[in-house]
Design a protein around this ligand. Structure first.
Ligand code: AR6
Length: 178
């Protein structure tokens, strides 16, 4: 686990990796948070591709993921996933968040992306409690790593110190269980 996981601070739009993950919404047409930052940095080519996807397949359901090119970003591709809005925890949020992580990882494996960078899906505008989101992310990644060789590296990109600490704690816990 440790060798395949990197927990870091930073701006995901600046990373030169095979794919970055976007915490999008079901419309795929952009928004605030990391989604807004990704579209601003990627430019109009990304929005045009997202528009085509939205028109052809009606966007992206919560827990699902789709892949596009990356426009002007240094990354090669963008995996757009939609995490759940936190509504108190009784609306299937945990399973939907795990699905968003798992389906993003699955797309990365299918495309043989070696390195994939993730933001902390659902923990911003969508309000998911950060500690629980960190536990779900780490558990889902650990399970995925046991069954797949790709992605070879997952980077967890943190915008705040609290998320960084929570991921560190959770990664120590999941190492003990592997
Ligand atoms: N690099 C890395 N992480 C970032 C960046 C960045 N440039 N910018 C923000 N974050 P959010 P959500 C962190 O709100 O909760 C949009 O409007 C941020 O601090 O971007 O899944 C979409 O269109 C937080 O830790 O995503 C949806 O409508 C994490 O990224 C909705 O927000 C996720 O926060 C999705 O909400």
């Amino acid at each position: 686990m440790q060798q395949r996981l990197r927990i870091m601070h930073g701006d995901i739009t600046r990373l030169q990796v095979d794919a970055i993950v976007n915490a999008a919404n079901s419309s795929l047409l952009g928004g605030g948070g990391v989604d807004g930052a990704i579209h601003r940095a990627a430019g109009p080519a990304l929005l045009a591709e997202c528009r085509r996807l939205a028109a052809s397949q009606g966007g992206c359901a919560t827990g699902e993921a789709v892949v596009t090119g990356a426009g002007n970003l240094p990354a090669r591709a963008v995996i757009h996933t939609v995490g759940p809005v936190w509504r108190g925890g009784e609306q299937g949020e945990a399973e939907l968040l795990a699905s968003a992580w798992r389906n993003s990882l699955r797309l990365a494996a299918e495309h043989r992306f070696a390195t994939v960078a993730f933001p902390a899906i659902s923990t911003g505008i969508y309000g998911y409690p950060k500690a629980e989101a960190a536990a779900i992310a780490l558990r889902t990644i650990a399970a995925f790593f046991q069954q797949h060789d790709y992605p070879q590296q997952v980077w967890l990109v943190c915008f705040d110190q609290q998320m960084y600490r929570l991921y560190q704690q959770q990664s120590e816990l999941s190492d003990n269980t592997l």
